[in-house]
Write a protein that binds this ligand. Structure first.
Ligand code: HEM
Length: 308
């Protein structure tokens, strides 16, 4: 199978799971856009010469989303997790994105394995379920098994949990020094997850409503953190989290100011396509094969969702 065929097959597998919803993303279909500003810490520029890490305020758009490719998925539904956070930085000479989710890892390390995983999940559901392929896959892929079995807590707020970039990127500073990093976006104060009995009474759009209510009271803040790779860490395998003891650097703070107005929300979301491989000078992709795969798949996904 060529790379092109692999990417199309991955999109086919996602469409088979979630169905056709013209205009909507086939994953993370339901979302909400917030505008704000990112301001880097003085330490950030020591690690990368990227334009948004030099300390000037940078306009940003943040899209919080539910994992499912079904737009009507309730915010407290198990299929809403991992929750997504995509960030668009508008730099003086272009744009750059971060695309993260609320799980510190991914079920697999390559796009090929992701296809086996999705096909196994599809075969184990539906009218004539057959879990043999999925069982065999999980037996040989412990990260995929632990991803499926890991608790997926429902947050009280889209700004109350941490999001992880999963795939590693390489920072380069003015001196040409390089450092592999993984992103984490975290709340100012950690918040406890919601309890199942509360979530059972939530409205379908509970987290969107909660975000609007919080923003109506004033600006909100999230930190952008880079976890630094240490010797022995696997740069190319996003399915394995690096040790928590690794050094982390606070790169800056997002100040979330306002929701896009309701009449511009959907249209603007559908027209945007975030891409984790859209990088400025001073940040490049690591050896992780998922970055190039995601680059091409997200480009294809945008074209496909707009031509359904
Ligand atoms: C081979 C692996 C992956 C595949 C095939 C895949 C597939 C997709 C597709 C097709 C979309 C919709 C894009 C669009 O229509 O604009 C999407 C969106 C998204 N993905 Fe992935 N993805 C992969 C890995 C990841 C990873 C590792 C993460 C987390 C770090 C992630 C988080 C997200 C998020 C948050 C969105 C929504 C972005 C937005 O708000 O526009 N994905 N993914």
């Amino acid at each position: 199978m060529s790379q092109e065929q692999l990417y199309d097959a991955l999109l086919d597998a996602l469409y088979a799971t979630f169905g056709n919803h013209p205009g909507f993303r086939v994953a993370h279909a339901k979302g909400v856009l917030v505008s704000g500003v990112f301001t880097a810490t003085p330490e950030a520029k020591r690690h990368s010469r990227a334009a948004h890490l030099q300390g000037e305020p940078i306009p940003v758009l943040l899209r919080f989303s539910n994992f499912s490719g079904v737009p009507a998925t309730a915010d407290g539904d198990p299929m809403a997790s991992p929750y997504g956070l995509a960030i668009r930085f508008t730099l003086p000479n272009g744009v750059s994105d971060i695309v993260a989710h609320s799980f510190n890892g991914f079920p697999v390390s390559t796009p090929e394995d992701f296809l086996f995983f999705l096909q196994g999940i599809a075969a184990s559901g539906g009218e004539t379920p057959n879990s043999a392929a999925l069982d065999a896959f999980l037996a040989g892929h412990p990260q995929a098994k632990s991803f499926l079995e890991a608790p997926k807590p429902v947050p009280h707020s889209y700004v109350g949990l941490s999001y992880y970039g999963v795939n590693a990127f390489v920072f380069e500073n003015d001196l040409g020094q390089q450092q592999a990093v993984r992103y984490r976006i975290e709340p100012e104060q950690p918040e406890l997850p919601a309890q199942a009995d509360e979530v059972a009474n939530w409205e379908v759009d509970h987290l969107q409503i909660e975000l609007a209510q919080r923003l109506a009271k004033g600006d909100l803040h999230l930190r952008l953190v880079a976890q630094l790779a240490e010797s022995g860490d696997n740069i190319a395998d996003g399915s394995v989290a690096w040790p928590q003891s690794n050094k982390s650097v606070v790169l800056g703070v997002f100040t979330l100011k306002e929701l896009l107005p309701p009449d511009r929300q959907l249209e603007t979301q559908q027209a945007l396509n975030f891409n984790p491989a859209r990088l400025p000078d001073g940040i490049k992709a690591s050896a992780d094969p998922m970055i190039s795969a995601r680059q091409h798949i997200y480009e294809k996904a945008m074209i496909r969702r707009n031509s359904l």
